[in-house]
Design a protein around this ligand. Structure first.
Ligand code: CNA
Length: 254
């Protein structure tokens, strides 16, 4: 088979979207790298650069022993947060949902950028920073309370002396919205896999349940071993989505 150009792939994808009645999207850290948030396993990822020891900072057993490495990461993340804006692809997905072409976004990301871009139905399987809880007395804390403690380099503790943890899912904890995400995957006639190495389960298993067509957009090769991969784009996500939105121009209603 001859390799399709990026433009041909954009037009093929536009056709798939226009024919679809139930498009669901799964995203991973790769969708946010162009916003300035490093991923885990990409060429500049946290596992590759070792800027943080991602296996330690997101491990619940480690956090309970020593929350400092996580809160050092949280300081950098929160300090960046107000400056980070959604990428063209986050905005394109919100636009496609507004036009009725996308039914839901399932994300492994904790950065809240889909919500910032205006997506309404977002299932963040790994949670986000917007709320936190004391692990001892379960008292809830909002983002501003957490933010102010973290930015003062204070490891957040509750008045009961319990440690406060943002409601993001660590390795060793149950993901959120798994059953809803599975149902969405099982109902999709078109399913996008965007910017994920598909290495973290159970989110990585979702494409296996899709009865419809799969579209993969990732700059490194992802082996899904599925008969129903209709399109595989090995390129930059924003580059591809800019082309896709061009190809859809005038063919969507709002
Ligand atoms: P991952 O394993 O780091 O994979 C990301 C994939 O995206 C890699 O295969 C990259 O090659 C690819 N990629 C990166 N940038 C681009 C780009 N611009 N264009 C095309 N492809 C690109 O990340 P996963 O999401 O698969 O792993 C799941 C982890 C990562 C979840 O637990 C997340 O919470 C966690 N994470 C989230 C964020 C965030 O919220 N932005 C950042 C870092 C890690």
């Amino acid at each position: 088979m001859t390799k399709q150009s990026l433009k041909e792939q954009s037009y093929r994808c536009a056709q798939l979207i226009l024919q679809s009645k139930n498009t669901i999207v799964l995203t991973g850290a790769g969708i946010s790298t162009n916003a300035g948030i490093p991923d885990f396993r990409g060429p500049q990822g946290l596992y590759t650069s070792r800027l943080y020891d991602a296996e330690k900072i997101f491990d619940i057993a480690y956090f309970l022993k020593d929350p400092k490495p996580f809160y050092e990461f949280a300081f950098d993340f929160i300090a960046l947060e107000s400056k980070i804006i959604p990428t063209p692809t986050h905005r394109a997905l919100a636009h496609l949902e507004g036009s009725g072409k996308i039914k839901a976004v399932i994300t492994q990301n904790i950065d809240g950028l889909h919500q910032k871009a205006g997506s309404q139905k977002v299932l963040d399987m790994h949670g986000n920073f917007l709320s936190s809880h004391c692990l001892k007395c379960r008292k809830p804390y909002d983002y501003q309370e957490l933010r102010s403690m973290v930015l003062q380099h204070i490891i957040p503790h509750c008045s009961c002396r319990g440690i406060i943890k943002p409601d993001i899912v660590f390795f060793g904890e149950d993901v959120k919205y798994y059953h809803q995400s599975l149902e969405l995957a099982q109902s999709a006639d078109l399913f996008f896999v965007i910017g994920t190495s598909c290495a973290v389960y159970p989110a990585a298993s979702l494409p296996q349940f899709v009865p419809g067509k799969l579209v993969i957009v990732n700059n490194t090769k992802i082996e899904l071993n599925r008969y129903n991969v209709a399109l595989e784009v090995e390129n930059d996500i924003d580059l591809f989505f800019n082309g896709l939105m061009q190809a859809l121009k005038g063919r969507l209603t709002l």
